[in-house]
Design a protein around this ligand. Structure first.
Ligand code: SF4
Ligand code: SF4
Length: 246
C-alpha cells in the first residue's frame, strides 16, 4: 500500500485533515514492529525513526505480534525531534494518545497539523529564531491560532504559485491541493533527525541548526547562506520577488 498521498475522502475537510485509509504507524506499533517516539513517528531500537514503513494486506495466516513494552521503547524522550521542527509543531510537555487493541500509547500533542502542511509542504521553512531553515525559501511567520495558520497558509500557497521554477533538477510532484504547480517536500526532519543514539541525534540537530538558511533567486536557483548573510541578501532582493516569500 502507498505510504502517503492516499486519504479517506469521507470528511468534508479531508484535504486538510489527510486521514489515511490505513495508518502504517498504527499497524507497526500494534504489531510490535516499532514503537512511537515523542514526535509520534515510529522508531526501532538502534535506528530511531529514520526508517520507512510499508504495509502489505494479505490473506496469509500469520501469527499476530504484540506491542513493545513502553520501558523497551527506543525513545528516550530527549525531545530533540520537537526542537528540530522549524514550525514548532510539537508540544514540549503536553501529550496526546491513541488506543490500539486496548492499549493506550502516548506521544507529543501537536499544535496544529496545518503547521506541517505549511513547512513540510515547502511553503515556508525559516525557524522563528531566523537562524536556520529547511530547504524551503519561504519566510512566513506561523501564527499561534489554528484558524490564523490556515489563513496564512492559503496566502502562502497563492504566492507559491508565482515562485520561479526551480532549476536544480529536483523532481517534485503534483499535489491535489496545488494542482497547477509542482510541490517539493522540504522537511521530514522530525523523522530523519532521530538515529537511535542520543549522541548521533544531537549531532544531527547541531548540523541542522548551524547550516544556514535557504534563499531563492529570481532565476529559480536556491542558495544556502549563513543566517545573517541570508537575512541581508533577502532584504536586498527586489520587493516584488521578496513579497512572494513572506
Ligand atoms: S528524538 Fe528523542 S524524543 Fe524524539 S523520537 Fe527520538 S529519542 Fe524520542
Ligand atoms: S515533517 Fe517537518 S514540519 Fe512536519 S512536523 Fe516534522 S519537522 Fe515539523
Amino acid at each position: 500500500m502507498h505510504a502517503n498521498l492516499v486519504y479517506r475522502q469521507d470528511e468534508p475537510d479531508w484535504r486538510m485533515e489527510m486521514h489515511p485509509d490505513l495508518s502504517h504507524r498504527y499497524v507497526a506499533v500494534a504489531s510490535g514492529l516499532g514503537s512511537f517516539g515523542w514526535s509520534g513517528n515510529v522508531g526501532i531500537e538502534g535506528y530511531g525513526t529514520a526508517i520507512l514503513l510499508g504495509t502489505v494486506v494479505t490473506s496469509a495466516e500469520l501469527e499476530p505480534g504484540t506491542p513493545i513494552p513502553e520501558e523497551e521503547s527506543f525513545c528516550k524522550r530527549c525531545k530533540i525531534c520537537a526542537a528540530s521542527c522549524a514550525g514548532g509543531m510539537f508540544s514540549k510537555n503536553r501529550e496526546t494518545s491513541v488506543t490500539l487493541g486496548g492499549r493506550t500509547f502516548t506521544f507529543a500533542a501537536r499544535h496544529a497539523f496545518a503547521i506541517c502542511d505549511f513547512v513540510c509542504g515547502g511553503f515556508t521553512g525559516l525557524h522563528k529564531s531566523g537562524k536556520w531553515s529547511t530547504w524551503s525559501p519561504g519566510r512566513y511567520r506561523i501564527p499561534e491560532e489554528k484558524n490564523d495558520i490556515y489563513t496564512e497558509l492559503f496566502r502562502a500557497i497563492a504566492n507559491y504559485g508565482r515562485w520561479p521554477e526551480r532549476v536544480d533538477g529536483a523532481s517534485g510532484y503534483y499535489n491535489p491541493a496545488v494542482p497547477e504547480k509542482k510541490v517539493y517536500l522540504t522537511c521530514g526532519t522530525c523523522q530523519i533527525i532521530c538515529w537511535g543514539s542520543e549522541e548521533d541525534t544531537r549531532e544531527n540537530h547541531r548540523l541542522l541548526t548551524s547550516s544556514g538558511c535557504v534563499l531563492q533567486r529570481e532565476d529559480g536557483s536556491l542558495e544556502v547562506l549563513p543566517a545573517e548573510e541570508a537575512n541581508a541578501e533577502f532584504a536586498g532582493l527586489g520587493p516584488a520577488h521578496r513579497a512572494l516569500y513572506e
